[in-house]
Design a protein around this ligand. Sequence first.
Ligand code: OAD
Length: 244
Amino acid sequence: MGDQHFPKKTISSIFILTGAGISAESGVQTFRDKDGVWSKVRIEDVATPEAFARDPVRVHEFYNTRRAGLRTVEPNPAHFALARLEERYPGQVTLVTQNVDNLHERAGCRNVIHMHGELAKAFCAHCGGKAEAAGDLSQALVCTSCNAPGGMRPDVVWFGEIPYHLDTIYERLMEAGLFVSIGTSGAVYPAAGFVAEARAAGIRTLELNLEPSEGTVLFDEARHGPASVLVPAFVKDMLADRPA
Ligand code: OAD
């Protein structure tokens, strides 16, 4: 690790992975920091299919609170910087997020791959039909696709479930010249494994995180500090010499 700079020559494809840390300065709680979500509530009580089968009311309450919280937060300079990168970078920019918030989209990103789903969506556990979820979900809701009651659940990937879009994600990762991991602890697979796979494929790797992540030694370069500072600086570097 060192104070290296990425070549000014355009990298034809950049793959960016974001985690809860990019939304922390917007006021969205992270999971594993000292006061994070998982210090207050147990994963097995709210974030598994078994928890939903056992106590759907509690699970709905947990996600309804988080969904309502989205209305009180705004994107921060890190989200806006990635939207600028997506808009202005001459090569391909793939943005994969583990976050279920909508702050990338609200900052103007157009192609966000939500590998852990989205709070603002629901799906029916009976038929798989998807629906927008602007407000609270409950057991009283009836699926608009199959008319079954009681099956509408948050469209978030729970522990024990397979993340979304993995084929596209690995395809894009292997095409990349640069892998950038932003605001993630590197504790949850498969996302935590992307850095090792990128490295094995000869792709340059960069970590932008408040502190060293669990996989920090695997990165070619790691910059530590708040995303609202590090991400705009990284984007400025990647867009150097490009007109605004
Ligand atoms: P974590 O809470 O595990 O990690 C957040 C990371 O962001 C930590 O490494 C922090 O140091 C860092 N961080 C905090 N504030 C920051 C800031 N202002 N700027 C930059 N970095 C900052 O969150 P994730 O890694 O996203 O999955 O967690 C991965 C998955 O675990 C989540 O998607 C969620 C969770 O359980 C599911 O619910 C399936």
